[in-house]
Design a protein around this ligand. Structure first.
Ligand SMILES: Nc1ncnc2c1ncn2[C@@H]1O[C@H](COP(=O)(O)OP(=O)(O)O)[C@@H](O)[C@H]1O
Ligand SMILES: [Mg+2]
Length: 125
């Protein structure tokens, strides 16, 4: 099963910078995919398009069979992105970090509690 499909993708920022031009690839389920490129090559732009945070200007991209432009809400509950800028909130415990993320994703408090406990146990925290 193809979990990511990118076809002829392009992104030109409003200022005129061409960040992506005619990018095509696909990623199969279970595959570990590493995208390398020098600073400014367009990696973050591509990732933000796949995470439905940024609109492409050309081409198509889909995640889990859903088009990023047509159906972003079908994609968001199933993906996780850890950007390089992510920082822990120092006043929150590891439990609280996971717990609040579960709540933000729409889980009930009870479900969030169960899921968080499981994550803490799995990681030995
Ligand atoms: N919000 C933005 N507005 C205008 N230009 C941008 C924006 N974000 C990135 N760029 C430009 O797009 C190009 C690709 O950037 P980026 O995707 O951040 O590359 P990478 O993550 O590979 O370092 C760079 O030339 C960068 O300056
Ligand atoms: Mg980057």
């Amino acid at each position: 099963m193809e979990v990511v499909r990118v076809e002829g993708l392009g992104k030109t920022y409003p200022g005129g910078t061409k960040a992506l031009e005619d990018v095509s690839f696909s990623i199969e389920k279970g595959e570990i995919f590493c995208l390398l490129g020098r600073n400014g090559a367009g990696k973050t732009t591509l990732l933000r398009i796949l995470a439905t945070q940024l609109r492409p200007t050309r081409g198509r991209a889909s995640v889990l069979g859903h088009d990023v432009l047509a159906n972003p809400k079908a994609i968001r509950p199933h993906i996780a992105v850890v950007p390089q800028e992510a920082r822990p909130q120092m006043l929150l415990s590891p439990f609280d970090h996971v717990f609040y993320m579960c709540l933000m994703r729409g889980l009930s408090r009870a479900e969030a509690h169960t899921r968080t406990k499981k994550a803490m146990e799995d990681l030995g925290l």
